[in-house]
Ligand binder design. Structure first.
Ligand SMILES: Cc1cc2nc3c(=O)[nH]c(=O)nc-3n(C[C@H](O)[C@H](O)[C@H](O)COP(=O)(O)OP(=O)(O)OC[C@H]3O[C@@H](n4cnc5c(N)ncnc54)[C@H](O)[C@@H]3O)c2cc1C
Length: 422
């Protein structure tokens, strides 16, 4: 694995044979989550494919020339030609492997795969998800001397690690940078002795057997499971959104906001996340337009006051996005007034979407009792409909989703488990 800069691009990439190139940024949780997978795969595939990394912030011109609009972005080259399709955002190990395999002969792929050995580890409790809910459960279980493993598809921290500022977590007089708050939570749980398996791909979850397979080859078993998998941003569903995801359409202000210096930005949404993240984006953007479907913002009063008094910000109420298209370097967002049906086009350098969330339950959806919005139903001890399976935090059916409520759920589940295992 090697770090390069733009001046080495021609020699190392265009004349470099088979290459995988990682454009990464700092303060970018998906980039950090990718780093360990990238390094791990370089040990497996490194003899056949060159693994290169390039720091996007210091190589902006090259990134722009290659139309890299999001961090991280993985590009694959074979003899100077881009092949295999780009990967961006929360990149899965399995998708990188698919692309790498497509660059090699089948028998060589089989040889490489034969070097991976299956493994099995056993614990008292598996916690799926290392956001505030999972981390707190991990801390309490660890302090009760219960052998616990925290498994996360990303790095520990959950949504807090990509929230620029948290001003309502008790115990801190000044607002805290989200990544610091989540870092401190994670370190506290880790120092206690909880085992972490993070930035992994989850291949399969069997809630009845209390078994989780990660990265295809590693089986983790336990007596109990806590689901703390949180939520994922909703998509608008407008044409062009999926195609432009990572190419001008983003869901993470802390990851991609810093590339909006002096630029025009469009934000879709009007709740707490949209308004608070817009405030952060105005540190960089020269002009920011919020598109919101209702006739007033639904964010808390303090956040609203700040954004309404920000001279860089204008708000288009009662409008919804209808399509996203790319014109040269610009993203064109076509919006429609929900009352008059009048349409207009907003030309910007980047679009950020914050329109609510959906629960992360795809791996175990069929097995649990859910509410009508798809959130997991629990009792007052955070027990789900499956014996030995608990759920905490934003993924459960409840009224208020905050760090404090996730932390409280994690505490309750861990204490209930500790009592049962006593
Ligand atoms: C932009 C934004 C700003 C916010 N600001 C605030 C604020 O200022 N104050 C406040 O109190 N709340 C705020 N919130 C809400 C707060 O972040 C959440 O309520 C809280 O993070 C919920 O914690 P959690 O542990 O339930 O889930 P999350 O924080 O969502 O963590 C879930 C974890 O599970 C992992 N995961 C997902 N799927 C799987 C899987 N299949 N297997 C294993 N792991 C998985 C994820 O990678 C993640 O690490 C904000 C939310 C957003 C989106």
């Amino acid at each position: 694995m090697k770090e390069i800069n733009s001046s080495e691009f021609e020699a190392e990439v265009l004349n470099g044979g088979k290459v995988i190139l990682d454009f990464y940024s700092t303060e970018c949780p998906p980039c950090e989550a990718l780093a360990s997978k990238f390094e791990d795969l370089s040990h497996l595939y490194g003899k056949d494919i060159k693994f290169l990394k390039i720091f996007r912030q210091q190589n902006r011109e090259l990134a722009q020339k290659l139309e890299v609009k999001s961090s991280p972005t993985l590009l694959f080259f074979d003899n100077g030609k881009e092949v295999a399709g780009r990967l961006t955002g929360g990149i899965k190990r399995i998708d990188i492997i698919k692309n790498l395999d497509s660059m090699l002969a089948a028998d060589r792929v089989n040889q490489i795969k034969s070097r991976i050995k299956p493994s099995l580890s056993e614990f008292d409790v598996i916690i799926l998800g290392a956001g505030p809910g999972g981390l707190t459960a991990g801390l309490y279980l660890c302090q009760s001397k219960i052998n616990t493993v925290l498994i996360d598809i990303a790095l520990p921290g959950g949504h807090v690690s990509t929230t620029h500022e948290v001003s309502n977590y008790p115990g801190f007089i000044e607002p805290q940078a989200g990544y610091m708050l989540s870092h401190n939570m994670s370190e506290q749980t880790k120092l206690c002795g909880t085992i972490y398996k993070v930035a992994v791909d989850i291949t399969r979850v069997d809630l009845e057997k209390k078994e989780v397979i990660i990265d295809e080859y590693e089986t983790v078993k336990a007596k109990k499971i806590i689901i703390a998998t949180g939520t994922t941003p909703n998509l608008t569903g407008a044409p062009g959104e999926k195609e432009l995801k990572g190419k001008g359409v983003s869901y993470c202000a802390t990851c991609d906001g810093k590339y909006m210096d002096g630029k025009d930005v469009v934000v879709i949404g009007g709740g707490n996340s949209a308004v608070e993240e817009s405030e952060y984006l105005t540190r960089f953007a020269s002009k920011l337009t919020i598109v919101h479907q209702f006739d007033k913002l639904t964010a808390n009063k303090k956040a609203q006051d700040k954004i309404l008094n920000n001279p860089k910000v204008s708000i288009l109420f009662e409008n919804e996005p209808r399509s996203f298209t790319r014109e040269g370097d610009k993203i064109v967002t076509e919006i429609e007034n929900v009352k008059t049906k009048e349409r207009q086009k907003l030309v910007s350098d980047g679009v950020f979407i914050f329109i609510g969330m959906k629960p992360n339950i795809d791996l175990f959806r069929d097995k649990l009792t859910l509410d009508k919005w798809g959130y997991i139903k629990t009792d007052e001890d955070m027990k789900t409909s499956i014996p030995g399976v608990y759920a905490v935090g934003d993924v459960i059916s409840k009224k208020y989703r905050q760090i404090t409520t996730a932390v409280a759920d994690g505490t309750i589940a861990a204490m209930a488990i500790a009592k049962e295992m006593d």
